[in-house]
Design a protein around this ligand. Structure first.
Ligand code: NDP
Length: 263
C-alpha cells in the first residue's frame, strides 16, 4: 500500500517518473493533492488562473518532490474553460515530460444564491468552470492517455452533487454532472486501461469555505458525525488511493470524503 504521508514515514517513491496534471493547483485542495503526488516522486504540472498562487505552489511542490525524489514541477497559467488552453496545456506537458499519467480535475468555484435570485451569469460561470472545465481538460489529456493505453483521472466533485443544497443549485448541478461525466468517461476509456473516478468532499477547510458565515459553519458541523471539518489532506489521501496500484480494479466510482455527512 502506498503512503502519501511524508511527515510520518518519509518520502515514498511510488509514483516516481509519473506525470500528473492538477487543475486549480495554486491553492487549497489542488495544492495539497499536488504536494501529496510530489511526495511520491511524480512530476507535477500545476494549472491555475491565479499567477501568484501558482508560482508559490510551484516552489512548494518543487521543494517537496525535487529535494527528495527528483520529481519536477512546472506551472502553466491556463483557464479550464478554454478548450484551446487545455489542448496547449496537454501539448506542453507532453513536450516537457514525455507522458501524462494522472489528471486531477480539481478547479472549481461557487457562486451561491437561491434559485429565485440566481443570475444567469452565476449559473453559467459555475457550470462552465466546474463541468465544462472537467470535460475540456479530460478531452485534451485523453488524446495522449489513449495512445499510451494507460492513465488515471480523478475528478473532484462534491457531496452537494449527490445530496443537493439550498442556495447551491448551480454548484449541485455542476458537481452532479461531474459524477455522471465520470461514469461515462470510465466506460469510454476502460478499454484503453484508463481508470476514471471521482472524489466527493464534504465540508473542507479552504478559502472556498472560509467565506461562509459562522452560523452556517456551525450548522454544517452539526451534520457531520465525525464532528470535525475536513482538511485538504483528507481529500488528497482519497485521491492518492485512486491513483495508486491498490485501486487498479476500480473505475466509474465516487468516493465520499465528508466525515459521514451524507450516507
Ligand atoms: P479554492 O477556491 O481554494 O481553489 C480552487 C482553485 O481553482 C483556485 O486557485 C482558483 O483560482 C482555481 N480556478 C478557478 N477557476 C479556474 C479556472 N477557470 N481555470 C483554472 N483554475 C481555476 O477551492 P478548494 O480548494 O476549496 O476547492 C477545490 C475543488 O474541491 C473544487 O472543485 C471544489 O468545488 C471542490 N470542493 C471543495 C469543498 C470545500 O469544502 N472546500 C467541498 C467539496 C468540493 P482563483 O483563486 O483565481 O479563483
Amino acid at each position: 500500500m502506498l503512503s502519501n504521508n511524508p511527515d510520518k514515514s518519509g518520502p515514498q517513491a511510488g509514483l516516481k517518473g509519473k506525470v500528473a496534471i492538477v487543475t486549480g493547483g495554486g491553492r487549497g485542495i489542488g495544492r495539497e493533492i499536488a504536494l501529496a503526488l510530489a511526495a511520491q516522486g511524480a512530476n507535477i504540472v500545476l494549472v491555475d488562473v491565479d499567477e501568484k498562487t501558482l508560482k508559490e505552489a510551484e516552489a512548494e511542490v518543487s521543494a517537496r518532490g525535487g529535494s527528495a525524489l527528483g520529481g519536477k514541477a512546472m506551472s502553466i497559467k491556463a483557464d479550464v474553460t478554454s478548450s484551446a488552453d487545455m489542448e496547449k496545456l496537454a501539448d506542453e506537458a507532453m513536450a516537457k515530460f514525455g507522458s501524462i499519467d494522472i489528471l486531477i480535475n480539481n478547479a472549481g468555484i461557487t457562486r451561491d444564491n437561491l434559485i429565485m435570485r440566481m443570475k444567469e451569469d452565476e449559473w453559467d460561470k459555475v457550470l462552465t468552470i466546474n463541468l465544462k472545465g472537467t470535460f475540456n481538460c479530460t478531452k485534451a489529456v485523453s488524446r495522449y492517455m489513449m495512445k499510451q493505453r494507460s492513465g488515471r483521472i480523478v475528478n473532484i466533485a462534491s457531496v452537494i452533487g449527490i445530496a443537493g443544497n439550498v442556495g447551491q443549485a448551480n454548484y449541485a448541478a455542476s458537481k452532479g454532472g461531474v459524477i455522471a461525466f465520470t461514469k461515462s468517461a470510465a466506460r469510454e476509456f476502460a478499454p484503453r486501461n484508463i481508470n476514471v473516478n471521482a472524489v466527493a468532499p464534504g465540508f473542507i477547510q479552504t478559502a472556498m469555505t472560509d467565506v461562509l458565515k459562522e452560523d452556517v459553519k456551525s450548522k454544517m458541523m452539526e451534520r457531520i458525525p465525525l464532528a470535525r471539518l475536513g482538511t485538504p489532506k483528507d481529500v488528497a489521501d482519497a485521491v492518492m488511493f485512486l491513483v495508486s496500484d491498490a485501486s487498479s480494479y476500480i473505475t466509474g466510482q465516487t468516493i465520499v470524503v465528508d466525515g459521514g455527512m451524507v450516507m
